[in-house]
Design a protein around this ligand. Structure first.
Ligand code: SAH
Length: 230
């Protein structure tokens, strides 16, 4: 009985502390100190990152860490990416309001929400059903109707809605999956971490005759799972 009482008091304290956090102020600080300070200047991206309530994409026990300058665990060994990396990739993709965007690796659904603020439609694929289901619930509770979540193997893309104007891959394959390149519109851009261990974040443009590749940052995403079936 005394042990239970103590547990209740501790939970009460934790809840009060969490409620006291000013999430909007935390977002403004995140954008200024982590994102603008590192050179992201696209105001549409900065505004989206100030608007989307990142803490709601993070499981309750981690919520107070949601605006930290690092990835945060979301369960099943996966993480929501560091805010700066989300901003960097989104800026690199130069998303326009008429774009249809494909994301591989829904995870928490946060990157999809940022894209949904900027694009017409976002199609996102997650291989772990439980994460896909949670992301779907979070996105729909926030009113995002232009994000379409599907459980599947992202190596294969989502051919039914191709071609995509933009593709973002948020788990790292060893090389660029050919199905994703095929589903990218000519002139379209793809941001993708490639390699094992420390990966290189590549930004590719599909041209009429092939691809142009820009190496940007060294990054560390979770490895992409499943069979490439190349
Ligand atoms: N974009 C996410 C973070 C991604 S973490 C966010 O904003 O929260 C990488 C995610 O990719 C994990 O959820 C992992 O389960 C998923 N993943 C790994 N391999 C995959 C594959 N082959 N197809 C689809 N999703 C995959």
């Amino acid at each position: 009985m005394p042990a239970l009482a103590i547990a209740a008091v501790l939970c009460g304290d934790a809840a009060t502390a969490a409620e006291a956090i000013d999430w909007e102020a935390a977002r403004v600080r995140m954008v200024d100190e982590q994102i603008r300070a590192r050179g992201v200047r696209d105001t549409r991206v900065l505004d989206a990152m100030r608007r989307v309530p990142r803490h709601l994409f993070v499981p309750e026990p981690q919520r107070a860490r949601a605006y930290d300058d690092r990835p945060v665990p979301i369960g099943r060994g996966q993480t929501i990416s560091q805010p700066y990396i989300v901003a960097f990739m989104t800026e690199a993709l130069d998303v326009a309001p008429h774009h249809r965007v494909l994301e591989i690796g829904t995870g928490s659904g946060y990157q999809a929400a940022i894209l949904a603020e900027l694009a017409r439609d976002v199609y996102t694929i997650e291989i772990i059903p439980e994460l896909a289901e949670r992301a779907r619930r979070t996105l729909s509770s926030l009113g995002y109707r232009n994000v379409h979540v599907r459980v599947g193997n992202g190596y294969l893309g989502w051919p039914e809605h191709a071609p995509y104007d933009r593709i973002v891959v948020t788990a790292a394959p060893e090389k660029v999956p050919s199905a994703l390149l095929e589903q990218l519109r000519i002139g379209g851009l793809m941001a993708i971490p490639v390699g094992t261990g420390i990966q290189e974040l590549l930004v590719l443009r599909r041209t009429a005759t092939g691809t142009e590749t820009l190496q940007t940052l060294p990054v560390r995403f979770v490895p992409m799972r499943g069979t490439p079936r190349e």
